[in-house]
Design a protein. Structure first.
Lengths: 515, 334
């Protein structure tokens, strides 16, 4: 059965009438997008049916223009008549809002997208307290903006969000995104604040410990081996020094009026760690090793741990103490002594298996301007696929997004490990490092640890292609923005693999080969 | 500074001048023949527009004038067109006519504000002065009007000939809109939903009360496209203007609000704007259905917020914002 097409003009007029309720012909035409001549007949019919009534558009007492005044039509308030109109319209109802066209929702979504990206990528640790505060304020301000826009979007929407089925509305989705991001932001800030507080406690502890150490064992600061010798030969001193150190720490903490008593408990983990280590020291050299360990890990002055490590190294064959001595001397700007210690360290260090039959590692330098994350990724992909080798890179500058990681700068633990509880490596305290950082990227799942200051890490890589002196000198010249790349070949690799890897590094990153 | 300045002498600019002249002669002709006919026939406008569209080619103003006279010649005997043809042969001061139209637009804006505005609007009105017109060409179909706040002038950029004559015929309204929607409000940056929506709705209402149905018809045709961006705001404005039976409260509130805009915190202003738009979206779309208790409550609060302060003649925008926020909470969300 053929169905007659609905009268489009009438439908437009009816929907506009229901929408406007009270209108002039011009208004109706503007709303329905129809010509004046197209609406008169329908209006007349609707008036006859009692659905519309009309009156003059002018308010009583107002001056009429010099022409016939237009009429204002009013939709009847009779619910039955209105229902009748609605039925006639059926599915031809006027357009409802497009939720995505809400300008406030768009603004809120834009702001939230930017905030989301920023919260994912931001590294808060390198920011100073002032920068962190500014960043926090900026983010809070943008959250405030997004909140305002979401509120306005909600107000302006024709949706009743209190009714069922509104949870999928884009405004509700954006609201959930806002809540999620805001919670994440608060979490990030909370974690960073806790980290900073803990770092502040650590810095204060470094001050307290170093001051107490100087007061309890003044000889460590004087670099006087003679005094040390006398001190260390006196077995009674072991208990005396421990007691004196504890006493001095207590005095230091009490003398600091800027520290509220409540925050003392924040230092207890450090105090406990020191006391437990001191308890385990049964000889003067163990006492010195303990003091060196705490000086390196928690102190803020290199003088004392350097003096102690020198003393210990002079009485020991342990290459690890020489490595520590070299690094501590470098931190104390004693480059000549640092080099001497490093040479002695290399000489004493276990040199590993005979490697002549293996393909020598390839080491290259890449200037910052030549470096690209994409180029490096491509080089790594090609070398690992074609050359039977793994690729690592290190730099004092962070690598690109999702590439590489920061490593903690570490030295050997001067305390001899008898119980198996002691860790082999200890982290160098931040105040000794003066903001030195080292970043590593590697294709190996379990890379070899990188030890010491960045210049020692570089020198270790250069030593191989270069002799000791040249490796040391070149490491001193490495710019912090440079990347050092090392290719280590597997047992089955051939010399051809080395040539290929060199070509790949040269073409992908314009790398400069070392050696 | 001269009252009218021209950036160039391109074809759209020359056609705009001719369009303004033709409109002026047309209205004069209509006034002359008013005693014979109460309403002009829309066909007169259509007929004139047909002749206007014959103006092809890039010609000088005198050449266009001559061409128009020839195009109107076949309509000889019809008083309206005879009058236009005769007038086209006479000297004409284009700048002077534009200044007259500009002045008429300003006068209309002043009358509207005097009639409907409250104390703040009357005070602000004193700052509303005649603005210079600056004309320049643009490669766009439609004529553009804009109030240049920094230069303190109205920029007119004539569009393509297809609808240019009709645009010239409602030039006074377009300038009236620039005065009332853009120059009058005490803000440093236009708030589009208000200037192009609510105030435009108010201007439309004013125009309806002052001009003939044919003028309104013409205006409707030309402005239909311009409403694209702010159509929702315009209809929300129309709906709001009708909230009060006296039809004065909302008009007065709107004029008072924009006249004191910069004295209120921007966030409060923008919140209220969204709330009122939302009231329209939530409560105004009844479609004849039975009103729920929530809807009735919403309308009751809205009417109270808009109409109650009318007698005093001053509205506390921050208070309105808080009152509306409380009722909008019924609809959930943030």
């Amino acid at each position: 059965m053929a169905v007659a097409a609905p009268n489009q003009t009438r439908l437009k007029i009816l929907s506009s009438i229901l929408y406007l309720e009270s209108f002039t012909v011009a208004e109706l035409c503007l709303h329905a997008g129809l010509e004046r001549s197209m609406v008169y007949r329908e209006l007349s019919e609707l008036q006859q049916q009692g659905i519309l009534k009309s009156n003059s558009v002018l308010v009583e007492g107002e001056t009429a223009p010099a022409h016939r005044p237009p009429k204002r039509y009013e939709l009847s308030s009779d619910p039955k008549l209105r229902e009748q109109l609605e039925e006639e319209l059926g599915s031809f109802l006027p357009d409802f809002e497009d939720p995505t066209s809400n300008r406030h929702l768009k603004k809120a979504q834009e702001t939230l997208n930017v905030l989301g990206g920023e919260l994912l990528q931001v590294a808060l640790e390198p920011l100073s307290d002032q920068e962190l505060h500014r960043w926090e304020e900026g983010v809070q301000e943008r959250f405030g903006e997004a909140d305002k826009e979401l509120k306005r979007a909600t107000w302006e929407s024709e949706t009743d969000f209190s009714e069922e089925g509104a949870s999928d509305h884009p405004i509700m989705a954006a609201t959930r995104l806002y809540d999620g991001l805001n919670a994440r932001f608060r979490e990030q800030m909370g974690a960073e604040r806790r980290r900073r507080n803990s770092e502040a406690v650590r810095v204060r502890w470094a001050d307290i410990f170093t001051s107490a150490l100087r007061a309890a064992v003044p000889a460590t600061g004087m670099l006087s081996f003679a005094v040390h010798d006398r001190l260390l030969e006196d077995v009674v001193n072991l208990t005396k020094v421990s007691a004196k150190l504890s006493q001095k720490i207590k005095e230091q903490m009490e003398s600091r009026k800027d520290l509220p008593k409540m925050s003392w408990e924040l230092f207890l983990p450090y105090v406990a760690s020191l006391q437990l280590d001191l308890r385990e020291a049964h000889s003067n050299s163990e006492l010195l090793a303990t003091l060196a360990k705490h000086g390196i890990e928690y102190g803020n002055s290199v003088t004392e741990p350097l003096a102690i490590v020198r003393k210990l190294a002079s009485e020991s064959d342990d290459y690890r103490l020489l490595f520590n001595e070299a690094n501590l001397a470098q931190m104390a700007d004693q480059t000549g002594e640092a080099y001497d210690s490093w040479i002695r360290y290399l000489a004493k260090r276990w040199s590993g298996p005979e490697v002549e039959k293996l393909v020598q590692p390839l080491v290259a330098r890449v200037a910052a301007k030549r470096w690209s994350t994409e180029g490096y990724r491509e080089a790594v992909r090609e070398i690992t696929m074609q050359c039977e080798a793994s690729v690592s890179a290190l730099s004092e500058t962070p690598f690109g997004q999702n590439e590489g990681y920061a490593i903690e700068l570490q030295l050997y633990n001067p305390r001899q490990d008898k119980s198996g509880k002691e860790s082999a490596l200890i982290t160098i305290a931040e105040p000794l490092l003066h903001n030195k950082r080292l970043y590593v990227s590697t294709s190996a799942a379990d890379p070899a640890p990188v030890l010491g200051l960045p210049s020692f890490a570089c020198a270790a890589w250069f030593h191989g292609p270069l002799d000791k002196r040249k490796a040391w000198e070149l490491a001193a010249k490495v710019d912090p923005s440079e990347r050092i790349v090392k290719v280590e070949f597997f047992r089955g690799a051939s010399s051809g693999s080395r040539v290929r890897a060199e070509k790949i590094l040269t073409s992908s990153l314009s790398a400069e080969m070392v050696g | 500074m001269p009252d009218v300045t021209w950036a160039d002498d391109s074809k759209p600019i020359r056609l705009f001048q001719i369009g303004v002249r033709l409109s002026a002669h047309f209205y004069d002709a209509m006034a002359k023949t008013a005693s014979a006919k109460t309403d002009r026939s829309p066909s007169h406008v259509d007929e004139l527009n047909k002749r206007w569209l014959m103006l092809s080619g890039d010609q000088t103003i005198p050449e266009y004038e001559e061409r128009l006279q020839k195009e109107l010649f076949p309509l000889a005997g019809e008083a309206v067109f005879d009058h236009i043809r005769v007038e086209l042969a006479k000297p004409f001061h284009y700048d002077q006519k534009l200044v007259q139209i500009n002045q008429a637009a300003l006068d209309a804006a002043r009358r509207c504000i005097k009639s409907w505005g409250g104390a703040k609007a009357q005070r602000r009105l004193k700052q509303l002065k005649l603005l210079p017109l600056h004309l320049e060409s643009i490669d766009d179909k439609h004529t553009q009007f804009s109030f240049e706040r920094t230069a303190n002038r109205i920029l007119v950029r004539p569009g393509l000939p297809e609808i240019l004559l009709r645009e010239c015929m409602i030039l006074e309204f377009s300038l009236f809109h620039e005065y009332l929607s853009h120059a009058f409000p005490a803000w440093s940056k236009d708030v589009e939903p208000i200037s192009e929506g609510w105030l435009f709705a108010l201007e439309f209402e004013w125009f309806e009360s002052q001009y003939t149905p044919d003028d309104i018809d013409l205006l409707t045709k030309v402005w239909h496209r311009r409403l694209e961006q702010e159509r929702r705001s315009f209809w929300a404005g129309r709906w709001l203007l009708k909230r009060c039976k006296s039809r004065e409260c909302v008009a007065k509130f709107l004029l008072e609000w924009v006249a004191g805009w910069d004295a209120i915190k921007e966030d409060v202003n923008l919140d209220l704007l969204s709330q009122l738009l939302g009231m329209r979206a939530k409560a105004g779309h009844g479609l004849g259905g039975k009103a729920s208790a929530k809807l009735l409550k919403t309308l009751e609060i809205l009417d109270k917020v808009l109409c109650e302060p009318c007698q005093k003649g001053s509205w506390d925008v921050a208070k309105m914002r808080d009152q509306l926020e409380s009722v909008l909470r019924l609809y959930g969300g943030r």
